[in-house]
Design a binder for this molecule. Structure first.
Ligand code: SF4
Length: 323
Protein backbone atom coordinates (compact mmCIF):
# COMPACT_ATOMS: atom_id res chain seq x y z
CA UNK A 1 0.00 0.00 0.00
CA UNK A 2 1.31 3.42 -0.89
CA UNK A 3 1.10 6.24 1.60
CA UNK A 4 -1.77 8.23 0.09
CA UNK A 5 -0.23 11.59 0.82
CA UNK A 6 3.32 10.77 -0.24
CA UNK A 7 3.97 12.36 -3.62
CA UNK A 8 6.25 10.01 -5.48
CA UNK A 9 6.24 12.48 -8.38
CA UNK A 10 6.70 9.92 -11.10
CA UNK A 11 9.13 7.74 -9.15
CA UNK A 12 7.77 4.19 -9.02
CA UNK A 13 6.93 3.00 -5.52
CA UNK A 14 8.63 -0.25 -4.54
CA UNK A 15 6.66 -3.45 -4.93
CA UNK A 16 6.03 -5.07 -1.55
CA UNK A 17 7.09 -8.71 -1.39
CA UNK A 18 6.55 -10.78 1.75
CA UNK A 19 8.95 -13.53 2.75
CA UNK A 20 10.07 -15.42 5.82
CA UNK A 21 13.49 -14.56 7.11
CA UNK A 22 15.97 -17.38 7.40
CA UNK A 23 18.32 -16.76 10.28
CA UNK A 24 18.41 -14.26 13.09
CA UNK A 25 17.29 -10.64 13.00
CA UNK A 26 19.80 -8.84 15.23
CA UNK A 27 23.25 -8.30 13.83
CA UNK A 28 26.34 -6.22 14.36
CA UNK A 29 26.28 -3.01 12.37
CA UNK A 30 29.42 -1.07 11.49
CA UNK A 31 27.30 2.07 11.10
CA UNK A 32 27.22 2.48 14.87
CA UNK A 33 30.54 2.41 16.65
CA UNK A 34 29.27 1.10 19.96
CA UNK A 35 29.62 -2.47 21.11
CA UNK A 36 26.19 -2.67 22.70
CA UNK A 37 24.20 -1.43 19.69
CA UNK A 38 22.91 -3.94 17.15
CA UNK A 39 21.10 -3.56 13.84
CA UNK A 40 17.78 -4.92 12.58
CA UNK A 41 16.72 -4.64 8.93
CA UNK A 42 12.97 -4.83 8.41
CA UNK A 43 13.25 -5.23 4.65
CA UNK A 44 15.69 -6.14 1.93
CA UNK A 45 15.45 -3.32 -0.55
CA UNK A 46 14.21 0.12 0.33
CA UNK A 47 12.52 1.92 -2.52
CA UNK A 48 13.82 5.39 -1.87
CA UNK A 49 16.23 4.95 -4.73
CA UNK A 50 19.09 7.13 -3.49
CA UNK A 51 21.75 7.46 -6.18
CA UNK A 52 24.54 7.43 -3.58
CA UNK A 53 23.27 4.39 -1.63
CA UNK A 54 25.99 1.81 -0.97
CA UNK A 55 23.36 -0.85 -0.29
CA UNK A 56 21.69 -0.33 -3.70
CA UNK A 57 25.09 -0.73 -5.33
CA UNK A 58 25.35 -4.34 -4.09
CA UNK A 59 25.06 -6.93 -6.89
CA UNK A 60 21.97 -8.75 -5.53
CA UNK A 61 20.01 -5.67 -4.45
CA UNK A 62 16.29 -6.13 -5.32
CA UNK A 63 15.71 -2.98 -7.39
CA UNK A 64 12.05 -1.95 -7.44
CA UNK A 65 11.16 -4.25 -4.53
CA UNK A 66 11.07 -4.16 -0.76
CA UNK A 67 11.09 -7.65 0.71
CA UNK A 68 9.33 -7.50 4.10
CA UNK A 69 10.34 -10.29 6.49
CA UNK A 70 7.07 -11.39 8.02
CA UNK A 71 8.52 -13.40 10.92
CA UNK A 72 10.77 -10.59 12.17
CA UNK A 73 8.84 -9.82 15.36
CA UNK A 74 8.66 -13.47 16.44
CA UNK A 75 12.39 -13.84 15.92
CA UNK A 76 13.11 -10.54 17.66
CA UNK A 77 11.15 -11.64 20.74
CA UNK A 78 13.20 -14.85 20.92
CA UNK A 79 16.50 -13.08 20.44
CA UNK A 80 15.79 -10.40 23.04
CA UNK A 81 15.45 -13.22 25.57
CA UNK A 82 19.15 -13.98 24.97
CA UNK A 83 20.83 -10.80 23.74
CA UNK A 84 20.47 -7.62 25.80
CA UNK A 85 21.64 -4.75 23.61
CA UNK A 86 21.43 -1.20 24.87
CA UNK A 87 19.96 -0.12 21.55
CA UNK A 88 18.87 -1.48 18.20
CA UNK A 89 19.27 0.51 15.00
CA UNK A 90 16.28 0.18 12.65
CA UNK A 91 17.18 -0.36 9.79
CA UNK A 92 20.85 0.05 8.81
CA UNK A 93 20.45 -1.32 5.26
CA UNK A 94 16.97 -0.02 4.44
CA UNK A 95 14.60 2.73 5.51
CA UNK A 96 12.05 1.88 8.24
CA UNK A 97 9.52 4.28 6.70
CA UNK A 98 9.27 3.66 2.96
CA UNK A 99 5.92 4.45 1.25
CA UNK A 100 4.60 1.03 2.30
CA UNK A 101 2.25 0.99 5.30
CA UNK A 102 2.98 -2.64 6.36
CA UNK A 103 6.70 -1.87 6.69
CA UNK A 104 6.01 1.26 8.72
CA UNK A 105 3.59 -0.59 10.97
CA UNK A 106 6.14 -3.31 11.61
CA UNK A 107 8.70 -0.64 12.51
CA UNK A 108 6.30 0.72 15.14
CA UNK A 109 5.69 -2.77 16.51
CA UNK A 110 9.43 -3.41 16.72
CA UNK A 111 9.86 -0.15 18.64
CA UNK A 112 7.16 -1.26 21.10
CA UNK A 113 8.76 -4.68 21.56
CA UNK A 114 12.20 -3.17 22.13
CA UNK A 115 10.73 -0.70 24.63
CA UNK A 116 9.08 -3.57 26.51
CA UNK A 117 12.55 -5.08 26.91
CA UNK A 118 14.11 -1.77 27.95
CA UNK A 119 16.03 -1.48 24.67
CA UNK A 120 16.35 1.82 22.82
CA UNK A 121 15.22 2.01 19.19
CA UNK A 122 17.35 4.20 16.94
CA UNK A 123 15.38 5.16 13.85
CA UNK A 124 16.69 7.00 10.82
CA UNK A 125 14.60 7.91 7.81
CA UNK A 126 14.41 9.83 4.56
CA UNK A 127 10.74 8.86 4.36
CA UNK A 128 7.44 10.05 5.73
CA UNK A 129 5.98 8.02 8.58
CA UNK A 130 2.20 7.76 8.70
CA UNK A 131 0.57 9.82 11.47
CA UNK A 132 -0.75 6.61 13.07
CA UNK A 133 2.76 5.18 13.07
CA UNK A 134 4.16 8.33 14.70
CA UNK A 135 1.40 8.14 17.31
CA UNK A 136 2.37 4.54 18.10
CA UNK A 137 6.06 5.43 18.35
CA UNK A 138 5.27 8.42 20.56
CA UNK A 139 4.14 6.00 23.29
CA UNK A 140 7.81 5.08 23.76
CA UNK A 141 9.59 8.44 23.66
CA UNK A 142 11.86 7.44 26.55
CA UNK A 143 13.45 4.69 24.45
CA UNK A 144 13.36 6.23 20.97
CA UNK A 145 16.07 8.19 19.18
CA UNK A 146 14.85 9.54 15.88
CA UNK A 147 17.06 10.91 13.12
CA UNK A 148 15.74 12.56 9.98
CA UNK A 149 18.26 12.48 7.14
CA UNK A 150 17.99 15.76 5.26
CA UNK A 151 20.97 16.63 3.05
CA UNK A 152 19.42 19.58 1.25
CA UNK A 153 16.47 21.94 1.11
CA UNK A 154 16.64 22.09 -2.69
CA UNK A 155 13.84 20.01 -4.27
CA UNK A 156 15.92 19.63 -7.43
CA UNK A 157 19.03 18.35 -5.63
CA UNK A 158 16.89 16.09 -3.46
CA UNK A 159 15.18 14.67 -6.52
CA UNK A 160 18.55 13.86 -8.05
CA UNK A 161 20.09 12.38 -4.92
CA UNK A 162 17.08 10.69 -3.25
CA UNK A 163 14.54 10.26 -6.03
CA UNK A 164 11.94 8.26 -4.09
CA UNK A 165 12.35 9.81 -0.63
CA UNK A 166 10.04 12.35 0.97
CA UNK A 167 10.59 15.88 -0.32
CA UNK A 168 12.66 18.24 1.85
CA UNK A 169 9.47 20.17 2.64
CA UNK A 170 7.79 17.02 3.93
CA UNK A 171 10.83 16.13 6.00
CA UNK A 172 10.71 19.58 7.59
CA UNK A 173 7.05 18.93 8.36
CA UNK A 174 8.10 15.60 9.87
CA UNK A 175 10.44 17.44 12.26
CA UNK A 176 7.45 19.44 13.44
CA UNK A 177 5.27 16.35 13.78
CA UNK A 178 7.93 14.65 15.87
CA UNK A 179 8.32 17.70 18.06
CA UNK A 180 4.55 17.98 18.58
CA UNK A 181 4.53 14.37 19.76
CA UNK A 182 7.50 14.85 22.10
CA UNK A 183 9.74 12.49 20.13
CA UNK A 184 13.37 13.66 20.38
CA UNK A 185 14.90 14.19 16.96
CA UNK A 186 18.19 15.09 15.40
CA UNK A 187 19.05 15.69 11.76
CA UNK A 188 21.69 14.03 9.62
CA UNK A 189 22.97 16.27 6.82
CA UNK A 190 23.91 13.15 4.97
CA UNK A 191 25.51 12.79 2.59
CA UNK A 192 27.36 16.01 1.94
CA UNK A 193 28.09 16.00 -1.78
CA UNK A 194 30.94 18.22 -2.94
CA UNK A 195 29.73 21.28 -4.79
CA UNK A 196 26.10 20.29 -4.51
CA UNK A 197 25.01 20.77 -0.91
CA UNK A 198 28.16 21.77 1.01
CA UNK A 199 28.37 25.46 0.11
CA UNK A 200 27.35 28.34 2.41
CA UNK A 201 24.57 29.15 -0.09
CA UNK A 202 23.00 25.72 0.32
CA UNK A 203 23.85 25.03 3.96
CA UNK A 204 22.75 28.43 5.33
CA UNK A 205 19.04 28.11 4.45
CA UNK A 206 18.98 24.49 5.56
CA UNK A 207 20.46 25.35 8.95
CA UNK A 208 18.04 28.28 9.27
CA UNK A 209 15.11 25.95 8.62
CA UNK A 210 16.38 23.43 11.17
CA UNK A 211 17.04 26.05 13.85
CA UNK A 212 13.55 27.48 13.29
CA UNK A 213 12.14 24.03 14.06
CA UNK A 214 14.02 23.68 17.31
CA UNK A 215 16.72 21.32 16.07
CA UNK A 216 19.77 21.63 18.31
CA UNK A 217 22.22 19.14 16.85
CA UNK A 218 23.08 17.72 13.47
CA UNK A 219 25.41 15.02 12.26
CA UNK A 220 27.18 15.21 8.93
CA UNK A 221 29.29 13.04 6.69
CA UNK A 222 30.56 13.31 3.13
CA UNK A 223 29.63 10.91 0.37
CA UNK A 224 32.06 8.04 -0.23
CA UNK A 225 32.42 6.04 -3.41
CA UNK A 226 32.87 2.45 -4.42
CA UNK A 227 32.82 1.23 -7.98
CA UNK A 228 29.15 0.21 -7.78
CA UNK A 229 28.12 3.57 -6.31
CA UNK A 230 30.05 5.49 -8.97
CA UNK A 231 28.41 3.41 -11.70
CA UNK A 232 24.93 4.06 -10.25
CA UNK A 233 25.61 7.78 -10.06
CA UNK A 234 26.80 7.84 -13.68
CA UNK A 235 23.68 5.93 -14.74
CA UNK A 236 21.15 7.92 -12.68
CA UNK A 237 22.44 11.51 -12.58
CA UNK A 238 22.81 13.96 -15.45
CA UNK A 239 26.23 13.41 -17.03
CA UNK A 240 27.65 16.81 -16.06
CA UNK A 241 26.48 16.47 -12.44
CA UNK A 242 27.93 12.97 -12.09
CA UNK A 243 31.21 14.02 -13.72
CA UNK A 244 31.62 16.99 -11.43
CA UNK A 245 30.99 14.90 -8.31
CA UNK A 246 33.24 12.03 -9.37
CA UNK A 247 36.05 14.42 -10.40
CA UNK A 248 36.18 15.77 -6.86
CA UNK A 249 37.13 12.28 -5.65
CA UNK A 250 39.87 11.71 -8.23
CA UNK A 251 42.76 12.39 -5.85
CA UNK A 252 41.00 11.21 -2.69
CA UNK A 253 42.31 8.36 -0.54
CA UNK A 254 40.98 4.81 -0.51
CA UNK A 255 40.29 3.98 3.14
CA UNK A 256 38.71 1.10 5.00
CA UNK A 257 36.34 2.19 7.80
CA UNK A 258 36.02 -0.32 10.65
CA UNK A 259 33.76 -3.20 9.61
CA UNK A 260 33.15 -1.82 6.11
CA UNK A 261 34.64 -2.44 2.68
CA UNK A 262 37.24 -0.09 1.31
CA UNK A 263 35.92 3.05 -0.33
CA UNK A 264 37.25 6.21 -1.95
CA UNK A 265 36.85 9.37 0.09
CA UNK A 266 37.27 13.03 -0.77
CA UNK A 267 40.75 14.39 -0.10
CA UNK A 268 41.08 14.94 3.62
CA UNK A 269 41.72 18.68 3.26
CA UNK A 270 38.54 19.04 1.17
CA UNK A 271 36.49 17.30 3.83
CA UNK A 272 38.07 19.36 6.61
CA UNK A 273 37.26 22.54 4.73
CA UNK A 274 33.65 21.46 4.20
CA UNK A 275 33.12 20.49 7.82
CA UNK A 276 34.71 23.75 9.01
CA UNK A 277 32.24 25.69 6.85
CA UNK A 278 29.32 23.68 8.21
CA UNK A 279 30.43 23.97 11.85
CA UNK A 280 30.92 27.71 11.56
CA UNK A 281 27.52 28.27 9.91
CA UNK A 282 25.81 26.00 12.44
CA UNK A 283 27.44 27.69 15.44
CA UNK A 284 26.03 31.05 14.32
CA UNK A 285 22.58 29.50 14.55
CA UNK A 286 23.17 27.73 17.86
CA UNK A 287 23.43 24.24 16.35
CA UNK A 288 25.94 21.60 17.36
CA UNK A 289 27.62 19.49 14.65
CA UNK A 290 28.95 15.96 15.04
CA UNK A 291 31.08 14.74 12.16
CA UNK A 292 30.53 11.10 11.24
CA UNK A 293 33.41 8.87 12.29
CA UNK A 294 32.23 6.13 9.93
CA UNK A 295 32.62 8.28 6.82
CA UNK A 296 35.87 9.85 8.06
CA UNK A 297 37.96 6.90 9.19
CA UNK A 298 41.13 8.98 8.92
CA UNK A 299 39.70 11.45 11.48
CA UNK A 300 38.50 8.91 14.04
CA UNK A 301 40.59 7.28 16.74
CA UNK A 302 40.65 3.46 16.54
CA UNK A 303 37.78 1.85 18.42
CA UNK A 304 38.95 0.19 21.60
CA UNK A 305 37.67 -3.24 22.44
CA UNK A 306 37.98 -3.84 26.14
CA UNK A 307 37.59 -7.18 27.93
CA UNK A 308 36.10 -10.29 26.40
CA UNK A 309 33.77 -10.55 23.44
CA UNK A 310 30.97 -7.98 23.55
CA UNK A 311 27.48 -8.08 22.11
CA UNK A 312 28.68 -7.12 18.66
CA UNK A 313 31.18 -9.96 18.58
CA UNK A 314 28.58 -12.40 19.90
CA UNK A 315 26.10 -11.17 17.33
CA UNK A 316 28.64 -11.20 14.53
CA UNK A 317 29.64 -14.73 15.38
CA UNK A 318 26.13 -16.03 15.82
CA UNK A 319 24.12 -14.00 13.40
CA UNK A 320 24.31 -13.13 9.76
CA UNK A 321 25.10 -9.55 8.89
CA UNK A 322 22.49 -9.25 6.17
CA UNK A 323 18.74 -8.76 6.43
S1 SF4 B 1 16.86 5.60 2.15
FE1 SF4 B 1 18.80 4.73 2.83
S2 SF4 B 1 18.70 2.54 2.37
FE2 SF4 B 1 17.08 3.56 1.19
S3 SF4 B 1 17.99 3.93 -0.83
FE3 SF4 B 1 18.29 5.79 0.42
S4 SF4 B 1 20.32 5.54 1.39
FE4 SF4 B 1 19.68 3.52 0.61
Amino acid sequence: MIHPTLPLDGFAAPRLVRANRNGPVLHATPLVQADDVLGLNLTRGCGHGCAFCSVRAAPKYPHGEAVLFTNTLDLLRDELAVLKPRAVHLSPASDPFPPLAPVQEMAAEAVAMLAAHGVEAWLMTRGEPLPSVLDAIARHTATVRFTVALPTLSPASSRLLEAGAATPERRLALLESLRERGIPVQVAIDPLVPGMNDTPETLGPLLDALAARGVKSVTAGYLFLRQGIAERMKAELPADVAASILDAFARGPVLTPPGLSAARFLPRARRQRGYATLISLAARRGLNVTVSAVTNPDFAPPRAMVGGPGLREMAAARLTATP
